[in-house]
Design a protein around this ligand. Structure first.
Ligand SMILES: NC(=O)c1ccc[n+]([C@@H]2O[C@H](COP(=O)([O-])OP(=O)(O)OC[C@H]3O[C@@H](n4cnc5c(N)ncnc54)[C@H](O)[C@@H]3O)[C@@H](O)[C@H]2O)c1
Length: 489
């Protein structure tokens, strides 16, 4: 399945998150939402996502896709290679919307719903081609959290889930396929139990919302992203494992501590209490501020998990692997594609072409990406070490115009323990627009002197250098401006 354009139905919290995930992975998005405020909200999500993904991974992302809004759900479905519905959680509304989309979409297009818990068999009921329908239930923020639960209905073909899983995997997600159709899938059944119990604790005046959040974030919440729940109980059972744990704590389930499936009545009094306590907890912080705090911490957690190759950190590693493979399919034996962009109208000079500084800027972006990929990131620089560019030579070979899509490939020409000699090519498709040759020097920034790079960085440099060893020296390497030109005035 080749997906280039994704049609989104609904651009709220979840639809906006999907827009960001697909766009930042290079897919074009056509979005339908009847609310005129949707473009603003999606734009805000996209800003948050750009900021988070730039910090999340050292590997450069593909060039961002194009976002188009439409006032017509049929148009969003008709021009899409994959459709994701994220409209309000009302069954009649979703059934009608999915039926409309299914008649407009090509018959080979998978149509997925973000529903938090509605059964797929009910949602696909009125669709044309219901066999290509699946639930693809994500988690907020969709652009950072990898989990997406896949659940087909009675009429869904298994191949539909394969195709959806392939696309979700390509954008860095972790598809979890349910073997059976069930209301609420897996995660929301667990979350609902927690949420119901939390509401009881507030309703009965036993704890405030802040105390409940503290009970999670200072204890079990820290463990969950590493081990889920069963692996933790195995450890808690000691050498005798899960059987011992069940023996010790199982009987408590019979007492029971919790209110099971009883639901507190959502009285005005309970809602007012929740609102008051939640306002106090936010302490004047806006939703945007809270979102950024959440996202910054999620990025740090994902990066820590990546180091240990567990849970969502393993997904991040695999995702970075596919991003790198996409750049150099034969195993890095080609120049690395380290930066992609569009020529901004602001970079165009009086001749109608991108000006010199634009090329230097693109070369610098590629250099930064190269440095990040060998471990020279913000923490490294903060530790008092960095590479400084000591020389750049740019050749302008072709003209580029506003909105041209360009990529910068990088070849490592030589390296020793203090120096990197790199050669960037600025390409528009197969056209070579410019080259930039650079010499970088490794520096101890606290002492202001050149110093050898550490073994970890040199090992990564060696890897790239060995992978590119068979590449011929680029045309134009080592060029300089010949002097003198004509006679001196
Ligand atoms: N919020 C979450 O944490 C979360 C998590 C996972 C899944 N979901 C599911 O995602 C879906 C969307 O939830 P949300 O939180 O983004 O809600 P939301 O209220 O933030 O967004 C819903 C959007 O749908 C738009 N809309 C209204 N009528 C529409 C129609 N006929 N066609 C298309 N769009 C329409 C609204 O204008 C709004 O922008 C729901 O099914 C929900 O269960 C939500």
């Amino acid at each position: 399945m080749t997906v280039r354009t994704v049609g989104l139905l609904g651009g709220g919290v979840i639809g906006g998150g999907w827009a960001a995930r697909f766009l930042l992975n290079g897919y074009d998005v056509v979005l339908y939402d009847p609310d005129p405020a949707a473009p603003r909200r999606v734009g805000e999500q996209l800003d948050n996502a750009r900021r988070s993904l730039a910090a999340l991974t050292l590997v450069p992302l593909p060039i961002e896709g194009r976002l188009t809004f439409t006032a017509d759900p049929e148009e969003a479905a008709a021009c899409a290679d994959f459709v994701q519905e994220s409209a309000p959680e009302r069954i009649e509304l979703k059934q009608a919307l999915l039926a409309t989309a299914s008649r407009a979409a090509r018959t080979d297009v998978v149509i997925a719903s973000s529903t938090s818990g509605l059964r797929p068999s009910l949602l696909q009921r009125d669709m044309a081609g219901p066999e290509r329908f699946t639930v693809g239930h994500p988690f907020n923020p969709v652009y950072l959290l990898p989990l997406v639960e896949l659940c087909g209905g009675e009429l869904t073909e298994p191949n539909t889930l394969d195709r959806a899983a392939e696309l979700y995997g390509a954008v860095g997600m972790r598809p979890l396929r349910l073997k059976n159709e069930i209301d609420g899938f897996i995660a929301d059944r667990l979350l609902e139990a927690l949420w119901r119990e939390a509401l009881w604790l507030v309703n009965d005046g036993i704890a405030t919302v802040e105390e409940i959040d503290d009970a999670i974030r200072f204890g079990p919440g820290l463990r969950w992203s590493v081990m889920g729940t069963f692996l933790l109980y195995r450890i808690a059972g000691g050498d005798e494992g899960v059987r011992h744990f069940m023996h010790q704590f199982g009987p408590a389930l019979e007492w029971p501590w919790t209110k099971l499936t009883d639901v507190p009545e959502l009285t005005d009094e309970l809602l007012a209490t929740l609102e008051r306590q939640s306002d106090a907890q936010a302490n004047g912080r806006s939703i945007r501020e809270l979102e950024r705090l959440r996202d910054d911490c999620l990025v740090s957690v994902l990066q820590a998990l990546r180091v240990h190759d567990v849970g969502a950190g393993s997904t991040l590693r695999r995702y970075e692997g596919t991003l790198l493979a996409r750049q150099s399919p034969d195993g890095a034996g080609t120049p690395l594609l380290l930066h992609e962009t569009r020529i901004s109208p602001a970079w165009i000079d009086y001749n109608g072409h991108a000006t010199e500084s634009a090329y230097l800027r693109m070369a610098s972006e590629a250099t930064d990406a190269l440095l990040a990929s060998i471990g020279v990131d913000a923490d490294y620089v903060a530790s008092g070490r960095s590479y400084y560019t000591v020389e750049t030579h740019i050749r302008h070979l072709n003209e580029s115009h506003a909105d041209d899509k360009v990529g910068v490939t990088t070849q490592l020409l030589g390296a020793d323990d203090k120096r990197l000699h790199v050669f960037h090519r600025v390409m528009r498709g197969d056209d070579l627009l410019a080259t930039a040759e650079q010499m970088l020097l490794h520096v101890d920034t606290t002492r202001g002197r050149a110093a050898p790079a550490p073994a970890s960085v040199l090992a990564r440099v060696r890897q790239i250098s060995e992978a590119q060893a068979s590449l011929p020296a680029p045309d134009g390497v080592g060029r300089r401006i010949e002097a003198p030109v004509g006679s001196r005035p």
